[in-house]
Design a protein around this ligand. Structure first.
Ligand SMILES: *Cc1c(COP(=O)(O)O)cnc(C)c1O
Length: 454
């Protein structure tokens, strides 16, 4: 990975290839050539993808000030989040140098790497259980499938469950790749609300009313992107009981597992596998801050055998798709080992102080509102009172005008299901976050409808 500093990023706006690549000019075909038709699902993707919207917004970035991106969730470029991460790179370099991993990996991943993920996940579950409750079985390496980041894990889950007429229950606000995966597989996404006034807990009554005979699963993101919530054991139990009542498996997106701070504690959903089958999604991307390495996983927790067909289908799918790079797989045992305490402690300390600082600053701005201090992940949802802002009709206007005037990028909430909210990423160095807050504050002050005018 090229060494980059925050200063460097400040001068050259941090626009990743992926963000850039989302928008390309389509050349008009040469005279006489017929336009080649494509999958209609892919003809209008700009609308639902975060990256598409971000690329659109970046076009209107003001030239005056260096860009501060609080958009796409990638903290890996900032040295303050990388203390101790050299060890991860060493493991990959060692694997590359050995020449032993230039081969294809097996379809589901190298057995030793799957074993390492299984052990890591099992340790997380065991840690939470009292000795006498500890389940015997553990997780076997055969329960783990290695994927190209968390995104392929999402695609695998949705593709495997995509029966004709199927629908999938997704959180709102949510994570756009679930919706895209549904569209590509012909699955109907159905949205249940996360409740801002109740710490972004799931609206379980709504889940019950949305579910029908064609519902294939409930998706849960914990710790939560975009809300920063970390669900209590009591709430997770309610969710598991609801799933059992409805006879549904839970897809537990635990990409931010253990990325919690303050009093919040992460509890793996697999702790409730005796109530409902759990399909867990994870990746190295966020907790280890190496999203570009593209290593993720799907793990099946199935004490009752309910996921028998899901397992076979997953194996069949993995046999015809391509998995993560062999050399990154080879580094997994070393990366998942216990020995990176300092690295994780530093990341969490940084995120906690960023979360607190952002929360405090937002509370000071009267047209913005955040209902709860983030307890995990790297995101916060902020409500925008557009009725008090000149020339701003909705969250899209807010994000567009903000980047135009202040070169600060935030994700408009409507892209992830919540109109007139914005998602703010806070995995950036403290000084940069402060700068962004200053600019957001002066933007809001400038646009504020005067109290006298009311
Ligand atoms: C980042 C993220 C993912 C996907 O991770 P990648 O490994 O970058 O593909 C999945 N789910 C959530 C909620 C995420 O925030």
């Amino acid at each position: 990975m090229a060494p980059m500093t925050a200063e460097l990023l400040n001068k050259a706006p941090a626009i990743s290839e992926a963000e850039n690549g989302a928008v390309r000019n389509v050349k008009t075909p040469a005279t006489g050539a017929a336009t080649v038709k494509c999958n209609p699902v892919l003809s209008d993707q700009q609308k639902t993808s975060i990256r598409g919207t971000v690329a659109e917004l970046l076009k209107s970035a003001g030239a005056g000030k260096p860009l501060v991106s609080l958009g796409v969730g990638d903290a890996s470029a900032f040295p303050c989040f990388r203390k101790g991460s050299e060890l991860f790179a060493e493991a990959v370099a060692g694997a590359a140098r050995s020449g032993l991993f230039d081969c294809y990996a097996p379809s589901f991943g190298f057995p030793f790497a799957r074993r390492a993920v299984a052990d890591y996940l099992w340790k997380g579950i065991k840690k939470q259980q009292k000795q006498e409750q500890a389940q015997e079985q553990g997780i076997r390496e055969g329960d783990v499938f290695l994927t190209v980041g968390g995104t392929q894990a999402i695609q695998v889950c949705v593709t495997v469950l995509a029966r004709p007429g199927a629908n999938l229950l997704l959180p709102r606000p949510g994570f756009a790749p679930y919706e895209s995966a549904c569209e590509l597989s012909g699955v109907e996404p159905r949205y249940y609300d996360l409740l801002p006034r109740r710490g972004w807990e799931l609206d379980l009554r709504q889940i019950r009313s949305l579910a029908d005979a064609r519902t294939v699963a409930v998706v849960l993101i914990n710790p939560n992107n975009p809300c920063g919530a970390v669900y209590s054991a009591a709430h997770l139990l309610q969710i598991a009981e609801t799933a059992r009542e409805l006879s549904l498996p839970i897809i537990a997106d635990e990409i931010y597992a253990d990325m919690t701070y303050g009093d919040a504690k992460f509890l793996p959903m697999a702790s409730f596998a005796h109530l409902a089958p759990i399909i867990t999604i994870g990746a190295l991307s966020k907790r280890w801050m190496v999203p570009g390495w593209r290593l993720g996983w799907v793990a099946l927790y199935d004490p009752t055998g309910a996921l028998k067909q899901v397992r076979v289908a997953t194996e069949m799918l993995m046999n015809v798709t391509s998995g993560p790079s062999s050399i990154v797989q080879a580094a997994v045992p070393s990366i998942l080992s216990d020995s990176h305490e300092e690295f994780h402690k530093n990341v969490l300390a940084q995120l906690e102080s960023s979360a607190d600082a952002l929360y405090e600053r937002i509370q000071q701005i009267d047209v913005l509102h955040c209902y709860s201090r983030p307890q995990g992940s790297m995101f916060m949802m902020v409500e925008v009172n557009t009725s008090l802002l000149y020339g701003i009709g909705d969250d899209m206007d807010f994000a567009r005008e903000l980047i135009k005037e202040e070169s600060v990028l935030v994700v408009p909430g409507s892209v992830i299901g919540l109109k007139n909210w914005v998602r703010i990423f806070f995995g950036v160095p403290a000084s940069l976050l402060e700068e962004a807050c200053d600019r957001i504050e002066s933007f809001c002050r400038r646009r504020r409808v005067s109290k006298i005018a009311l």
